[in-house]
Design a protein around this ligand. Structure first.
Ligand code: HEM
Length: 220
């Protein structure tokens, strides 16, 4: 489907297809489960969360499986979006001007495309964070298969797993703030799929220009 065909009536445009939204929510729900159970394992002060979620043993058993689902969704996202998440010169300029973004002076920002540089950073952060969580998580899941000579891998996993988790938690909190509160209309795009043309123009002017140009071009 071309972008021109994605323009839907009443001044809206399709931002996320059903496949993109479903993948996003598989990642979202599995991540929240991992976060809650992970916090329960991390500190006795948070163990009550595991109790609410069915008990310590159930949480310990399901956590690695939820991890596989999460990383599967992130890899699927990679397949869908990696091509659109490459850094460009506009992204470099975007970071330089980020103070205008954080003070809602969007008109002073370089024209972001479908994703701005912050969203690209989030994407790659979750991708590499997910890979590190997977590798260290597998070692923690099956420590008995790591030979004694390679025991440094176990120590490494004990450090890498929570460090990568903390990194993604930082990203996740910024992502929640941006998606739920900072950019009005963003949350609807991962539920219904569409955003208003005004949203596209304000937050993703490069993408807006692309879709309006394609819509105006004569059909062959
Ligand atoms: C569970 C709570 C979550 C909420 C409420 C949420 C919300 C959102 C929203 C509103 C957007 C659309 C932003 C836009 O296009 O302007 C979005 C996009 C996206 N989400 Fe989430 N999300 C959640 C969890 C996650 C998780 C766990 C990941 C990790 C893989 C993730 C990765 C992404 C990516 C890569 C995008 C596209 C780029 C971006 O907008 O940052 N999301 N999300």
């Amino acid at each position: 489907m071309s972008q021109a065909e994605q323009i839907i009536p009443h001044g809206h445009v399709l931002r996320y297809t059903l496949r993109e939204r479903l993948t996003h929510w598989v990642a979202g729900f599995s991540y929240v489960y991992l976060l809650l159970t992970g916090l329960a394992f991390w500190s006795p002060w948070c163990f009550w969360i595991a109790v609410i979620l069915g008990g310590g043993q159930v949480s310990r058993m399901l956590h690695p499986w939820a991890g596989l689902i999460f990383v599967g969704a992130v890899l699927y996202m990679y397949g869908m979006w990696a091509g659109q998440m490459r850094y460009t010169d506009i992204d470099k300029a975007w970071w330089k001007a980020v103070r205008y973004y954080s003070t809602n002076q969007d008109d002073k920002m370089p024209p972001a495309g479908r994703y701005n540089a912050g969203q690209k950073f989030l994407f790659w952060g979750f991708f590499w964070g997910g890979i590190l969580l997977l590798l260290s998580g597998v070692v923690l899941w099956f420590p008995e298969y790591i030979s004694w000579n390679l025991r440094f891998l176990r120590y490494l996993a004990i450090i890498v797993h929570p460090a990568a988790a903390l990194f993604t938690i930082g990203l996740f909190m910024i992502h929640l703030y941006m998606g739920l509160f900072a950019e009005r209309g963003a949350f609807g795009s991962v539920i219904r799929g569409d955003v208003s043309m005004a949203f596209a123009k304000r937050y993703h002017p490069g993408w807006y220009q692309e879709i309006t140009r394609q819509a105006a071009a004569p059909r062959k």
